[in-house]
Design a protein around this ligand. Sequence first.
Ligand SMILES: Cc1cc2nc3c(=O)[nH]c(=O)nc-3n(C[C@H](O)[C@H](O)[C@H](O)COP(=O)(O)O)c2cc1C
Length: 129
Amino acid sequence: MRACREVSTRPLTVKLSPVLPDIPAMARVARDAGAEAVTLVNTMPGLLDRRLGNGSGGLSGPALLPIGVLATRRVREQVGMPVIGVGGVRTTADAREYLAAGAALVAIGTAALADPRVPARIAQELMDG
Ligand SMILES: Cc1cc2nc3c(=O)[nH]c(=O)nc-3n(C[C@H](O)[C@H](O)[C@H](O)COP(=O)(O)O)c2cc1C
């Protein structure tokens, strides 16, 4: 983070793993090294024979929603820095969970791979109120 901050004037965000024992503490470390925001969360390590990973893989999608929302809430409460919420968002209601927990932005991975129209649909529904 420090090395990136030295060579860039752009806003920088650090993506954190949901398996960190203390996510707010690591967010503080990122902020102190120059990050403007943290992105919460990355995938969870997992393994399913022939379906997830070669040794181990990253679990994404709906199972991550409550994990990412909790991480978002904790960082907002304890650190206060901006959060980009990601993990398990498939619907506008899911996106609202992150926003209610204090996320400044919401990102969509797996659901957008399954249907590339999902992010635009959710953004439109949020703007429609
Ligand atoms: C196929 C795939 C590739 C990914 N590659 C990266 C990556 O290169 N770097 C990264 O930080 N996260 C990566 N992720 C994690 C996603 O950015 C996101 O944090 C995670 O999948 C949870 O969001 P989702 O449930 O909406 O997919 C990847 C996820 C998937 C499914």
